[in-house]
Write a protein that binds this ligand. Sequence first.
Ligand code: AMP
Length: 382
Amino acid sequence: MNKDIQTPPSSTLGMLGGGQLGGFFAEAALKMGYKVAVWDPSENAPAKRFATHKFNAPFDDAEILDKFVSVVDAVSLEWENVPVELVEAIQLKKPTRPGSRSLGLAQNRTIEKQFLKDNGFPLAQYQVIYSAKDLSGLDQELPWIVKTATMGYDGHGQWRISSTSEKDEVNSPIAGEGPWVVEQVVPFDMELSVVVARGIDGTSITYPATENIHENGILRMSVCPARIDPSIELSARHLAEEVINAIGEPGVFCVELFLVHPSKILVNEIAPRPHNSGHHTIDSFSISQYEHQVRTLCGLSIAQPRRIGNTVLLNVLGEEASVLSSIETTNLILKTGRARIYMYGKESVRPGRKMGHIIFSGENIGVLEKEALEALAIISRR
Ligand code: AMP
């Protein structure tokens, strides 16, 4: 579809995927005067709370595809496992940003790694294997992380191997369909993420690097700005922008990075969508990552957002959401005036599932972090 097409307010924007990211996109779009059509197999997907049109079918439903395309003026996505074939079909008819190129890269680790390598971006040493038996022949130094090439998220589809005997133990979990990426464990000091917005004219902006703290492979807390040297922060942003420029599609992206002591930065992965670590941009920047997703989709101006404050984000995971159904607990967290609670309206609870988040905003990151840790103790009953 014509790369230059612009989509004015009052048009209908299509969203593939109906999670919290799609929900925040929809809110931003509604505020700007757009309508939003959300397609997600789940009838109660969070983003459907804000949808003007709801499509509940699986992503391979050809009839719904025709209906969706007839309703929308432009399409974006919020989940990297939307089938590439679907995006290829839609982008023939309506502007789709990002498009199938970024999606194809992001949903297959082997293709993503090859792309990064071919373009000379720094990344952890890795090899691709096609059968569990290949593990025994690997000459890479231990420890490793074995990752499924597709459909991995939040630490699912990953196995850490620290000793030769563990090579045999993971044989059975990875006995399914390959390929797998076997990656060296990076002794990083910090995990960082950088959100990049790229307009239809090829100009781009980056948000400041965010520092991410994971628990069992799941994002637990994010601190923005990251507590790193300003020159390293600039390098991280520059690297992320270069990665997205190399893909060359408009949209909002996030590049996840490892910072290795003292100043080496490696690319971990690319998300072709706004990122959970970037929710804070709603509260602490003049333009949120979601508003930028609307702008890049519609061919509107993108602009360097102004920072309003510092933030610590705390994710509410799994059963922790039920603690927040009490007024007393909620008030305990809200009383400082620095906290805002966002719940996504997810009906089914799974361990580790992102159910909501709490943003602490202000100036002193030490104070914000302390309050976030206190809130964590409350919701996790630690
Ligand atoms: P991923 O799905 O690749 O983003 O991995 C999820 C999390 O696992 C990352 O955010 C890291 O905390 C950890 N991880 C992944 N790959 C590596 C690696 N090569 N070395 C160390 N930790 C890793």
